[in-house]
Design a protein around this ligand. Structure first.
Ligand code: GLC
Length: 684
C-alpha cells in the first residue's frame, strides 16, 4: 500500500447528510463510511448501527424498514448463548443483505446505574453474563461477512455528560468489572473492531488513552483488531499515538484530526511514526481480511420472516415474570371481557431512543413527541407494531376486548370493574444522550395501576421499561411481567406468554432496587449540570456493581439479579464441588411442576480465602419436560475466582477454601458447597 492508501483507511465519515455535507460518494447511507482502496480490492467500510437491528439514521434510505429486535435487556434476561448467537446471526444477515460490512455493536458497557439511558442497549450488570452473551452475539454477527464492533470501551456507563465526564476507578476494580466484560467478549467473540468511548477514563479521553488502548487492550489482551472512535469522540491527532486506529465520522469532530493532511503533518513533525501508520492500516486490513471481505462476496439474501421469528422468540425468552399471585397467569382463553389499559398498547410496543432505534417493518405504529436534545430518534417515544391489543384479542375470539388509554385512572377503574381481567401496560422511555430521572413510572401510571387494581383484583401489569422501575402497587396486583422494549415480535410474544402458549424463561440481568438510596450514587452524577460542564464520576463501589453491591451492603432489593418466575417449578439437588486446580460444580435440576419449562440454575462464588465475595461464576439453562431431570456441570470461569493485583500486573488466586452457592437468583442459595483450590496466577 502507498502512504496515501494507508491514510485513506484511517479517516471515516458520516454516512448520511450532516452539517451541510452530503452522503459520501459510494456510501449506501448509514451511520458511517470509510473509503476503501479499489486498486487493492480493499472494500469501503459501510458501517451501520447496531445492536438491536439495522437502523436508518435521518431516514437516509427511505423505504428500507428492518426487523426490530427487543432490547438487550431481553437478550440478557434469556441467559442463553445459543439464542444470543442466533440474535447476532440475524444482525449479520440483515446487515450483509443490505451491503453493510461493519455492524457497530454489540454494546458491552455495564449497567452500573439503573437509570442509565442506554441500559436497554447494554443490558447487564455482571461482567461474566455480559461478556459471554456479547461474545455469542459477536460470533453470530461474524458468521456473515461483517465486522462486529464491541462498544464503548470503556466505562460509558451513563449518558449524562458522556462527552465530558471523567470516570474514575481503580485499575483492579475496572479489570474485575467493566473491562472484564470486554475481555471475555473479545476472547469469545473476536470482534474485528472495538469502539472507544466518549468519556475520559482516569483522566485522558478513552479514545486517546494510552493505558486503556495500548496497554490494556493491545498489549495485555493481545487484541489484533482496530480501534475506531465513537462519533465525535476524537480531540486531536495525538490520539493516533495513544492507540486510536481510525477516526469515525470526522465531520462530527471539531476538525478532521485523522485527515491525510493532519496525519502527514504528524509524521513530518515526529509525533507519529511510519511504523504506527503501518500498524493502524494493518489492523484495519487485518480485520477486513478476517471478515472475509477481501474474498469475492456471495450475496447474503434477506430473510425477514426468519429474522422476525428470532425477534419474537427473543422477546418471549427475555420477558421476566416477577409476580404471579394465585397463578393469575396464564390467563384462561375462556375469558369473556378483558380490558387492556395504557402503554399505547392499542398501537404497539415501546422502543428505546437514540442511534440504535430501528425503523421497523410496517413503519412506526405511533410516535409520542417528547422534549429533548438532538434528532427525534433521541427524544421521541417510538412504538413498534403490531399492537398488544390486537394480539390479545386474537387469543380470545368472541370475547369483548376493549382498550382504555389509561390517562384517567377513574375511567380506567370504571372499565376494570366490568371486566373479567385487566391487563395494564406501563411504559418508561429511555434513550441515548439522557439518563432516566428516577425509577418511578412517569405520567401518572402508578395512579392508574392503583385505581385499576382496586377495581379488579385480576389486574396484570406488563412493563415496557428501559430498566428497573419502582412498583408501589406491587402487592396489590395479581401479576407483573417485565417485557422491556420487546421489538417487532413483542406483541406476539407478550400474548403468547400471558395466555400460556409460551413459558416465562427470563431471569433479571439487573437488580431492581427498592429505593435510590440503596445505590452507590443515589444522585446520578452530573445529571442536571449545564451541557458541557466537566465533572468526575467516582466509581467508589469498584467492581461491586448491582447484586454485588447489595450483597456487600446487606441491602434487600425490590427484585434481585437472576430472579424470574416460571409457570412450572424446579428443584435443585445433589451438588458436588470439585477443586484442585479448577473449580467445577455438578448437580441435578428437576422440573417438579406439571408443565414444560426453562430452568436457569445460577452458580455463584460466595466466599474465597480473602473473604466474602458474591460473584456469578457460571450458569446452566435447561428446557425440561414435567418430571424431567438434567444432570448439569458448570466449570467456574477462573478469572471470577481470582482478584486482580495491579502492582503485580496479574490475576492472583489464593490457595484455600472457596465456597459456592447454586440457586434461582443471586440471593437464593438453594445448594451450597465448597472446595479447596491451589494457588494460581495468570497474566491480565
Ligand atoms: C453514537 C453512539 C454509538 C453509535 C455511533 C454511530 O453516538 O454512541 O453507539 O454507534 O454514534 O451512530
Amino acid at each position: 500500500m502507498t502512504l496515501d492508501e494507508k491514510l485513506t483507511l484511517l479517516e471515516g465519515h458520516a454516512g448520511f447528510p450532516f452539517r451541510g455535507q452530503k452522503t459520501p460518494e459510494g456510501a449506501i447511507g448509514s451511520a458511517g463510511f470509510v473509503p476503501g482502496v479499489a486498486r487493492l480490492g480493499i472494500p469501503s467500510l459501510q458501517e451501520t448501527d447496531a445492536g438491536l437491528g439495522i437502523t436508518d439514521p435521518e431516514n437516509v434510505r427511505p423505504g428500507d424498514a428492518a426487523v426490530a429486535l427487543p432490547s438487550a435487556l431481553s437478550l440478557a434476561s434469556a441467559w442463553d448463548e445459543t439464542e444470543a448467537e442466533a440474535w447476532g446471526g440475524m444482525l449479520g444477515r440483515e446487515a450483509a443483505s443490505r451491503g453493510f460490512n461493519v455492524l457497530l455493536g454489540p454494546g458491552l458497557d455495564l449497567a452500573r446505574d439503573p437509570r442509565g439511558g442506554r441500559n436497554f442497549e447494554y443490558g447487564m450488570e455482571d461482567p461474566l453474563l455480559a461478556g459471554q452473551l456479547a461474545g455469542a452475539v459477536i460470533r453470530g454477527i461474524q458468521q456473515s461477512p461483517v465486522i462486529a464492533v464491541g462498544k464503548h470501551f470503556a466505562l460509558n456507563d451513563q449518558e449524562s455528560g458522556r462527552q465530558v465526564l471523567d470516570a474514575r476507578i481503580g485499575e483492579a476494580a475496572a479489570r474485575e468489572s467493566d473491562w472484564l466484560a470486554f475481555e471475555i467478549a473479545l476472547e469469545q467473540g473476536k470482534p474485528g473492531a472495538v469502539m472507544c468511548a466518549y468519556n475520559r477514563v482516569n483522566g485522558p479521553y478513552a479514545c486517546e488513552n494510552p493505558f486503556l488502548l495500548n496497554q490494556v487492550l493491545k498489549a495485555d489482551w493481545h487484541y489484533p483488531g482496530f480501534v475506531l472512535s465513537d462519533w465525535g469522540a476524537v480531540h486531536g491527532t495525538g490520539a493516533a499515538a495513544a492507540g486510536l486506529d481510525q477516526e469515525s465520522a470526522a465531520e462530527f469532530d471539531a476538525q478532521p484530526f485523522f485527515s491525510p493532511g493532519a496525519l502527514r503533518g504528524a509524521l513530518a513533525g515526529g509525533a507519529l511514526t511510519p511504523a504506527r501508520i503501518d500498524d493502524m492500516a494493518t489492523r484495519i486490513v487485518g480485520a477486513i481480511a478476517a471478515a472475509g471481505l477481501l474474498d469475492p462476496q456471495l450475496h447474503v439474501a434477506p430473510e425477514p420472516a426468519r429474522d422476525l421469528e428470532i425477534a419474537r422468540r427473543a422477546a418471549a425468552a427475555g420477558a421476566v415474570l416477577l409476580r404471579n399471585q394465585g397463578a393469575a397467569l396464564p390467563l384462561p382463553k375462556a375469558l369473556k371481557r378483558v380490558l387492556v389499559v395504557g402503554g399505547e398498547a392499542d398501537a404497539g410496543v415501546l422502543a428505546g431512543g437514540g442511534s440504535s432505534l430501528v425503523k421497523p417493518v410496517g413503519g412506526f405504529a405511533r410516535v409520542v413527541a417528547q422534549s429533548g436534545p438532538g434528532p427525534a430518534a433521541f427524544h421521541d417515544a417510538f412504538f413498534d407494531p403490531p399492537s398488544p391489543l390486537s394480539r390479545i384479542a386474537a387469543k380470545l375470539p368472541g370475547a369483548s376486548v376493549t382498550f382504555d388509554d389509561g390517562r384517567y385512572p377513574a375511567r380506567a377503574a370504571a372499565g376494570a370493574r366490568a371486566a373479567d381481567a385487566v391487563i395494564v401496560f406501563a411504559t418508561q422511555w429511555s434513550g441515548e444522550m439522557t439518563d432516566i430521572p428516577d425509577l418511578a413510572l412517569p405520567g401518572g401510571q402508578d395512579a392508574t395501576i392503583e385505581a385499576v387494581a382496586a377495581a379488579n383484583p385480576r389486574t396484570i401489569v406488563v412493563l415496557e421499561t428501559g430498566g428497573p422501575v419502582s412498583m408501589p402497587w406491587r402487592d396489590r396486583v395479581a401479576a407483573i411481567v417485565e417485557a422491556w422494549y420487546p421489538g417487532s415480535g413483542g406483541a406476539d410474544a407478550i400474548a403468547d406468554l400471558l395466555f400460556g402458549d409460551a413459558d416465562f424463561a427470563g431471569r433479571l440481568p439487573v437488580t431492581f432496587p427498592a429505593a435510590l438510596a440503596q445505590l452507590p450514587s443515589p444522585d446520578l452524577p452530573g445529571q442536571y449540570l449545564p451541557q458541557g460542564t466537566p465533572f468526575v464520576v467516582d466509581y467508589g463501589e469498584g467492581a461491586n456493581i448491582g447484586y454485588r453491591w447489595f450483597s456487600a451492603r446487606r441491602e434487600t432489593p425490590l427484585y434481585p439479579f437472576g430472579f424470574g418466575l416460571s409457570y412450572t417449578r424446579f428443584a435443585l439437588s445433589g451438588l458436588a464441588v470439585q477443586g484442585g486446580h479448577a473449580l467445577a460444580l455438578s448437580f441435578d435440576v428437576r422440573n417438579a411442576g406439571a408443565r414444560r419449562g426453562v430452568a436457569v440454575a445460577e452458580a455463584y462464588l460466595t466466599r474465597r480465602p480473602g473473604g466474602p465475595a458474591l460473584r456469578l461464576i457460571g450458569w446452566a439453562r435447561r428446557d425440561l419436560a414435567p418430571g424431567e431431570t438434567a444432570h448439569v456441570t458448570i466449570a467456574a470461569n477462573p478469572r471470577l475466582l481470582a482478584d486482580y493485583d495491579a502492582a503485580a500486573h496479574r490475576w492472583i488466586r489464593a490457595a484455600g477454601e472457596y465456597r459456592v452457592a447454586v440457586g434461582a437468583a443471586s440471593d437464593d442459595a438453594a445448594l451450597t458447597g465448597q472446595a479447596r483450590l491451589e494457588a494460581a496466577t495468570a497474566p491480565p
